[in-house]
Design a protein around this ligand. Sequence first.
Ligand SMILES: Nc1nc2c(ncn2[C@@H]2O[C@H](COP(=O)(O)OP(=O)(O)OP(=O)(O)O)[C@@H](O)[C@H]2O)c(=O)[nH]1
Ligand SMILES: [Mg+2]
Length: 475
Amino acid sequence: MSSCLDKVMGNLGLDDMIVAVSTPIGEGGIGIVRLSGKGSLKLADKIFLSKDGKKPSRFKTYTVHYGHIIDNSKGRGVVDEVILTVMRAPRSYTKEDIIEINCHSGIAPLKKILDLCLFNGARLAEPGEFTKRAFLNGRIDVLQAEAVLDIIKAKTELSLRSALNNLEGLFSKKIDEIRENLIEIYAHMEASIDFSEEELRGLRKDNIFKRLNSVKNEIEKLISSSNHGKILRQGIKTVICGSPNVGKSSLMNAILKESRSIVTHIPGTTRDTIEEIVNIKGISVALVDTAGITDTDHLVEKEGIRRSHIYLENADLILLVLDWSRRLNKDDLDIIKRIKDNRKEVIVVINKRDLRKALDIKRIRRFFPKSPFAHISSLKMTGIDKLENEIKDIVWKGKTPGPGFIGVSNERQLDILRRSALDINEAIKAHKSRLPMDCISAYVRASIESLGEITGHTITEKALDKIFSEFCIGK
Ligand SMILES: Nc1nc2c(ncn2[C@@H]2O[C@H](COP(=O)(O)OP(=O)(O)OP(=O)(O)O)[C@@H](O)[C@H]2O)c(=O)[nH]1
Ligand SMILES: [Mg+2]
């Protein structure tokens, strides 16, 4: 199977030097300018004056040096006091010579040092280009490159752990195993085309299809892990909804443990949606407090309610808040009707449990026979931990991923796995229909090629560009 990688590499010049500011631009303790590629050390010689007078091109790898960045064009003017680190090829992030300059993090010093590097022959790195070079130079595969992005974006310990597993190559190993298994199966199939039945006593046809079935199961297992992967990576959108004054904003504040939303006894207090990211039992949750949904002619309230509806449409999980201390009214019933059949996950939150009961719980259960109910008092802060456990259970569907979780973390990987499984399925179907072996093996070959795209064995330049365009400059 020919690799597209050589072609991709041929198109991408790796001979030039790239530079970028690798830390967020703004005022801070330390900012880092990073240089990679042939000539980085020589470039550093021109702009760095070390305290001991030595030149960076003579520094040992993984050594750190104190000195100044000098602008030679302006009579050796000092630009900043810095610490410079040298990492020589091939043991560096990109497998190329890397220079990292730790300077003071302000817009002026960072920009001046960047300009000096550009003036002395480096070019500005594209988003993710350092990581792209790590891939093109063979240090990591595409899955590991994507894991770098997942680490940067991880918001909970669990999502960080799973991204680290992918960076260590555990997911790549799994994909490689499946792919190698398929290549072997393919080879057997091809052999059975060229040789007679007798010569192929060892290669029983049924055996081949047993193996194909087991590969298909493995891929399907990975596909079913994608939901967990997506949640780990992107978190979930959770919308708190209900009629006015049931305590939605109070619940938002109780979960956030801070007074974020305005709470008053006046119905219609929340006019706009308020969104916060919160870590609930290891899950990154984008929690949205919405305007109470009711029939109103008030222009501002109306707009708030329109937004509540949009958020409801896009929610992964809905927390429907009802008031224990009063009977269901028309507003409650309208909302219940709206969400009970829309196939979204719902937790029914019965708030104000510190007050006297007036709510008909049995009637509500009939509307939501499968949804969990959480009884809370946002005012007294009771039942919140139980509600958070309900959120955790509903999100993971009772199967919380452990620290060893490996699996699909984005749509690209999922799409490829689906394609691959589909081709294997077609191969099995073709076998059952007694189609000739070369027809069947063509499906297996397509599946192998698809799997190669996941790790980057076979990948187009366009696909690579898309992956790395999501990165920030300097990574
Ligand atoms: N007794 C009691 N009162 C509560 C509880 N939760 C909220 N309240 C009160 O109910 C009133 C409304 O609370 P909010 O949190 O503003 O209600 P909301 O659903 O956000 O209201 P809108 O934004 O107007 O739709 C306030 O006076 C709260 O103090 C509770 O658990 N027990
Ligand atoms: Mg409110």
